[in-house]
Design a protein around this ligand. Sequence first.
Ligand code: SF4
Length: 427
Amino acid sequence: MNAHDSERMKGMLESLGYSEAAERADADLILFNTCSIREAADNRFIAHLGEAKRLKSEDPGRVVGVGGCWAQSVKDEVFERFPFVDVAFGPGQIHRLAEFLASDSLTAQGYFEFEDFSGHLPDKREREFQAWIQISQGCNCRCSYCIVPSTRGREQSRDPVELTAEVERLAADGVREVTLLGQNVNSYGRDVPRERKTTFAELLALVDSVAGIERIRYTSPHPKDMREDVIRAHAELPALCEHIHLPLQSGSSRILKAMRRTYDRGRYLDRVALIREHVPDCALTTDIIVGFPGETERDFAETLEVVEAVGYDGAFTFVFSPRRGTEAATLEGRLAHPVKRERMERLVEAVQRRARERAQRFVGRTMEVLVEGPSRTDPARLRGRSRHNKAVNFEGTGAPGDLIEVEIDAATSMTLSGQERLLSRVV
Ligand code: SF4
């Protein structure tokens, strides 16, 4: 979500005539887009702000702006603590940056009330053929470790008609793959007025019907709201990819309760079974937090059991670190760092081993790959992504944005490799 907000800021600045400076010291405008999800990132950001302060003192005409969740979380004090900041705005007010920069008086101003979605703003996409689409803003959940509800507010869904129009516009602009974004995509549409009521599964069907959109992804679903209609959509809609990112966080029902995740291990595994029933080949990835306060060796063993049982295709793993302003930061039973680190090592070993085993099912298959550019490790080869969201390095002649077929001959836990199948171009 944050990366997409940055694309919109870049697009808006370009339309105002700005271009990117090679060095921060060369810039007329220093703009930070902040994420507040991890406390360590906050701390690092303060150092960047210190550098901006120094550069502004050298050239007082330089404008310093701070957007995003960190700005929202310090909205009451930002100009007192950081008087050199000219403009500050929350994640719902990106459009106000343009107003500010185009106005006659650049005196310190802050914008923190959510007003409207900024889907109409121009964006500067990293790749012309891939686009993010924000379908909702905010979150009504109360996960005890998470700062998002207090920085992005209550959940608000975007109008489905407006969303479909945006997808059509993107398709006409050459986009082949869209990723729908929301804090909890499965609860999309619950707040949409009755005459336009649309469930997330129905929204997926609307996007699938747009000519030119070949791949649809979304992130993130919440296991408590993952319904059968969305799972079935993966089997029925041609563009919806065979990949679901289903955050686990912990395999212990006791810890899930302390996290206020509102599902337990049984409900989670039941969702996995439903996915495997309808889409047997679906790739499954997840997020896991290790060392939540009070996590015992037994709780952690239950997380490992789920990892072994599910066999994820990949996982983002995090060591718990308390986030100021969240309930979890006040919980007792914090674990010593060596304990967390040792559990993390065991978790990573299990995740990677199972992912490597799972990836062998692709060897010998011919898979559709969306070409992204040269391979990072060998520029003579190409790199792209399969519908299962696996990175694929291969020998071939495709250009970025092409969909081509690749014969897979090897697989590790993270990547596949192979050769382009001759005469395979998918038009
Ligand atoms: S579902 Fe939980 S973790 Fe995700 S954004 Fe909402 S509160 Fe945070």
